[in-house]
Design a protein around this ligand. Structure first.
Ligand code: SAM
Length: 213
């Protein structure tokens, strides 16, 4: 007998978002804000956009955004947030399971923030596809957990999730050392946040930012 089939990424993430009317803070990520502030707005692709706070923030700053996620619940929330912010015409929301599809086109900015999943996710090939979608002179920004947050460090994680990729691993996995890129940021950054109990906490993020020559 085989066990039950694994939950699909779409089912898992729709369930995840359905549990709460709003999962994330609704504020743009502080590292995104810091890394993108000096860029001239153009076209942007947000890979794994979640509920869309980053996409809306980019659109408010003049970017024309394509925001993609596997969860239709999250995409619908993003679209509602964009409408409320008056930037609905600046964001296209697309449903993709990155295991099998990726948006077409090239973009001046491609972001992937916290593209982590308990459902198997081949991160390196997906991030290489993200890098391939960066136009000449454009920027790739990949931010992820560099360590489990302090409040979850004790939780059981399957073996493949025990070690979070470090910035050098991410840059090497994408192939950012091949001469076609200027690696502008490759670092672990500490970020202040609040834990699920509302207490102040510090988390470690891996930040990789590169510009295509
Ligand atoms: C940890 S959340 C981060 C969301 C958002 N980038 C943020 O920083 O708030 C990971 C996101 O990746 C999406 N995701 C996970 N697996 C995916 C897949 N196979 N294809 C597309 N999106 C996926 C999830 O639906 C979720 O919204």
């Amino acid at each position: 007998m085989h066990g039950p089939p694994p939950t699909s990424a779409a089912d898992h993430w729709d369930d995840f978002y359905d549990r709460d009317p709003q999962v994330w803070s609704g504020r743009p990520n502080a590292l995104l804000v810091a890394e993108v502030a000096d860029l001239t707005p153009g076209t942007a692709l947000d890979v794994g956009c979640g509920e869309g706070a980053d996409a809306v923030w980019l659109a408010e700053r003049g970017w024309q955004v394509t925001a993609i996620d596997v969860s239709r619940t999250a995409l619908d929330r993003g679209a509602r947030r964009a409408a409320a912010a008056g930037v609905a015409d600046r964001i296209v929301w697309q449903h993709h399971d990155l295991a099998s599809s990726f948006p077409t086109g090239t973009y001046d900015l491609v972001t992937a923030l916290y593209l982590h999943s308990p459902i198997a996710l081949e991160r390196d090939p997906i991030l290489r596809a993200a890098a391939a979608a960066v136009a000449a002179g454009g920027t790739l920004l990949v931010v992820g957990h560099a360590a489990a947050p302090p409040w979850a460090a004790h939780e059981h994680h399957p073996p493949e999730h025990r070690a979070f990729p470090q910035p050098d691993d991410t840059a090497a996995g994408i192939g950012l050392h091949d001469g076609a890129w200027v690696l502008e940021t490759c670092a672990v950054r500490q970020r202040s946040t609040t834990d699920p109990a509302g207490q102040p906490a510090t988390v470690s993020d891996s930040v990789v930012r590169a510009r295509r020559r």
